[in-house]
Design a binder for this molecule. Structure first.
Ligand SMILES: Cc1cc2nc3c(=O)[nH]c(=O)nc-3n(C[C@H](O)[C@H](O)[C@H](O)COP(=O)(O)O)c2cc1C
Ligand code: SF4
Length: 478
């Protein structure tokens, strides 16, 4: 058993506890030690020195850009922003000999319901992100970078600006970094809080000062990115993983996780758990262990279901999750996705219709409106779930929901359409009976079960449950 008494939180700080497993990114953080001197004391910027061949004890030469990319490829680091694309491969797409400007962008937009790992990283370990970006810039021959930070966390934007100042003053950023021939300047950019600006091409539009609407792909950012120039975009946590890989080698990182799923991942465990927070564990850790790290299901209740990778990920029932390992391939095999790593835990008091209503509201609200299937379809989904939730659903609405979701998927400019459709189909696949119950009884199955009166059955047949009638006029119970 894990010693829960070590875990102290005010509810504001979500990553300062001893319940990470083999942490690489969150090691040694206490909420105050975010400054450059603290980071240096933890061995910070040693990976940058290693690739540049600065202050190496044995006078070792640095690494070439190709060697850096090869190490990242070997590590099997996959993008932590949602899609899990191999990072080393993405870096190799950057046309290094391109004569004009090229850009590196960090995606710190983090607007997905449940996900809260990047803001902790920027607040409590900003230099690890800066170091990772400088190394990436070196590997891809980039001279200018931006960190696009979510609009609703202004204090973290200010913190990151301070960290940038410290890095510049120490020669870790700017002209001729650490006395080498390599120069790279990095700027922080404050977004305005729209979820869609986390989509990489919408982010680029926003960074250019335009309305944050996704671009049609191809062309991909590697050839036509910021200001039409080759650009590489990675998530905050992806960059934060890089210094460890350089310091310890790609093979060690790979071995820390599973084949094709290298290293640790930060999971934001939220919902019905005793101690929600961010937990850094090796990829491939059993879900049951992660749940234990978060103190188990709240109040000792039964686990009903889990959304394993942020709001777009299809829900999975408890039984599936209790046998699951937390890595990209295992979760995909079970029909969901690891996504951004937000693990939304739901206990047996949760109504799946109501939960889906909340998600569907979010997606129709955040659709940028550019393409018809998403603009209209997300609204349809929301209205359909709303009428089922409120006792006005028709039996045919369940198939209609599924077909609207199917018609959105793969027919939109960006993946927000898929993100809106997938939770609907996941809920119908695993909890269709709850939706049907809502339609038939015009009330919630879970709420009804909570007010059930046990009626003894004949010997040996267990206990039958009879719904307690609702008061007059309260036929809609959610
Ligand atoms: C609607 C939508 C929102 C997204 N939001 C984020 C986000 O907040 N942060 C992020 O890193 N990636 C987000 N992504 C994924 C990015 O488009 C992109 O794949 C990612 O930043 C690439 O970084 P990675 O390869 O390191 O994962 C979002 C994608 C979509 C479709
Ligand atoms: S899928 Fe939705 S969010 Fe994405 S471009 Fe189309 S309308 Fe905008």
């Amino acid at each position: 058993m894990i010693d829960l008494s070590r875990f102290k939180t005010t509810g504001q700080q979500t990553c300062f506890h001893g319940r990470h497993i083999q942490p690489q990114i969150y090691t040694g953080l206490d909420g105050r030690n975010w400054r450059l001197q603290d980071y240096m004391a933890r061995g910070g910027y040693s990976a940058l020195k290693k690739i540049l061949g600065v202050d190496q004890p044995d006078g070792a030469a640095g690494m070439t850009p190709d060697q850096v990319i090869a190490e990242v490829k070997l590590s099997a680091l996959r993008g932590r922003g949602g899609a899990g694309f191999p990072t080393g491969l993405k870096w190799s797409f950057m046309p290094r000999q391109f004569p004009g400007p090229k850009y590196l962008v960090c995606n710190s937009d983090e607007g997905e319901p449940g996900t809260c790992k990047d803001r902790d990283l920027l607040a409590y370990n900003p230099h690890i992100v800066i170091e990772g970006m400088v190394i990436a810039a070196y590997a891809m021959g980039v001279k200018t970078g931006y960190n696009y930070i979510h609009g609703e966390i202004f204090e973290i934007y200010e913190r990151f600006e301070q960290a940038l100042e410290e890095a510049r003053a120490a020669g870790c950023l700017g002209e001729r970094i650490l006395g080498s021939q390599f120069s790279f300047e990095l700027h922080a950019h404050h977004g305005f809080g729209a979820y869609i600006c986390g989509e990489e091409t919408a982010l680029l539009e926003s960074l250019e000062g335009k309305k944050g609407q996704p671009r049609f792909k191809p062309p991909f950012p590697a050839s036509f990115g910021l200001y039409g120039k080759p650009t590489t975009i990675n998530n905050t946590e992806t960059f934060a993983a890089v210094p460890w890989i350089i310091n310890h080698g790609g093979q060690a990182y790979l071995e820390c996780g599973k084949p094709n799923n290298g290293g640790t991942k930060i999971f934001s465990v939220v919902g019905d758990v005793e101690r929600p927070g961010n937990f850094e564990v090796p990829l491939g850790t059993p879900f049951a262990t992660l749940l234990e790290l978060a103190g188990g299901v709240k109040g000792g209740r039964a686990l009903k279901a889990v959304i394993p990778g942020g709001s777009p990920a299809p829900v999975l029932p408890a039984k599936t999750m209790m046998d699951m390992t937390m890595d990209y391939d295992a979760i995909a095999k079970a029909g969901s996705m690891l996504g951004s790593g937000a693990v939304i835990v739901m206990d047996d008091t949760r109504c799946m219709v109501r939960s889906l209503l909340r998600l569907s509201y979010f997606y129709q609200h955040e659709s940028c409106g550019q393409c018809t299937p998403c603009r209209e379809g997300t609204g349809w989904l929301w209205r359909l779930v709303d009428r089922i939730e409120h006792g006005k659903g028709r039996p045919e609405d369940l198939d209609l929901l599924d077909s609207v979701a199917e018609d959105i998927k793969g027919r939109t400019i960006c993946a927000l359409g898929d993100a809106a459709a997938m939770p609907v189909q996941g809920m119908l696949k695993h909890f269709r009976d709850e939706f049907a119950y809502h339609v038939e009884h015009k009330c919630c199955m879970v709420a009804a079960a909570a007010t059930l009166t046990p009626t003894p059955l004949p010997e040996g047949e267990g206990v039958a449950l009879t719904p307690t009638p609702l008061p007059e006029g309260e036929g809609v119970n959610s």
